[in-house]
Design a protein around this ligand. Structure first.
Ligand code: IPE
Ligand code: IPE
Ligand code: MG
Length: 265
């Protein structure tokens, strides 16, 4: 699979031309991003990995601004996976302090933008001070519903599903719920209960894998893989990804509108 082919087609166009090519009525409502490649961005420049994480934060701010500009209401980012706890302690400490800085700095911006900050994952595993700040910012923005920034922290798709199953078993024992349960009942137990499934999932850095992100929720999500490293994923790259998304036909298991059902049987 050539994962850059769609980007190559767009590479000649200016940002303004890319923007004009977008259909404002066909934008995704919910985009999920696996922000990958910070370490490689830094080592390619002879810098320590943390420099890549810092630049990655700048890319995140720019992407949030573009989503604002395009009125895309929901963005879900993979910031720290359950498996990332296996990284060197020094890198984890620096990542946690970057998260802390990001929240301190953006706290007011969330209010100004009327944006909900929704953290998901096994948050109790985060260091106490960061955990407290995460909960504070989440609580003070919880009433905003029009725009949601979901941040996956200490997150794993499998552990999310397991946590949901265990909560369900508790509710079943106390008689709150009884089987057989439906998909929508199950979804209430997921950390993303308040969100629709993502329309588009972007992964940067050339890896074509999911790395335990949103396993239940991406059943019918369109996947977009790009070789661009996360710190380089700026406005132009967002526009290219959205144009690629708009070329897709989402069939959800049905046949295409143009083909009659009989002709495919
Ligand atoms: C993504 O970049 C950020 C996190 C996982 C926290 P990486 O740190 O994974 O960068 P690469 O993949 O090593 O280049
Ligand atoms: C996925 O990136 C997790 C985040 C972006 C937070 P990783 O770099 O941890 O994933 P793998 O190890 O390449 O699968
Ligand atoms: Mg990585």
């Amino acid at each position: 699979m050539d994962i850059t082919s769609s980007a190559d087609i767009q590479s000649e166009l200016t940002e303004q031309e890319l923007l004009l090519g977008l259909d404002a009525d066909q934008l995704p409502r919910h985009v999920a991003i696996i922000m990958d490649g910070n370490g490689r961005w830094a080592s390619g420049r002879g810098l320590p990995r943390i420099a890549g994480h810092r630049e990655g934060l700048a890319a995140l701010r720019e992407v949030i601004n573009v989503f604002d500009e395009l009125h895309i209401p929901m963005l879900t980012i993979y910031a720290f996976s359950h498996e990332n706890w296996n990284r060197p302690k020094a890198e984890i400490t620096l990542l946690m302090s970057l998260l802390d800085q990001f929240l301190q700095k953006e706290r007011q911006t969330f209010q100004d933008r009327k944006m909900r900050f929704l953290p998901i994952g096994r948050l109790h595993l985060l260091p106490d001070a960061v955990q407290a700040l995460v909960h504070e910012v989440a609580n003070e923005t919880a009433h905003y519903t029009d725009r949601i920034l979901t941040v996956a922290l200490s997150y794993g798709g499998r552990s999310e599903i397991l946590d949901a199953v265990n909560d369900l078993l508790d509710d079943s024992r106390t008689g709150k719920i009884s089987g057989p349960i439906t998909e929508s009942q199950f979804e209430h137990y997921l950390t993303t209960a308040d969100l629709p499934d993502p329309d588009l999932l972007i992964r940067t850095s050339g890896e074509a894998r999911i790395s335990n992100f949103l396993l239940w929720q991406i059943a019918y999500t369109e996947l977009y893989f790009t070789k661009v490293l996360w710190p380089d994923f700026r406005r132009r790259e967002v526009l290219i990804a959205l144009l690629d998304y708009q070329k897709r036909e989402r069939r959800f298991g049905r046949v295409t509108q143009a083909v009659s059902p009989q002709s495919t049987l």
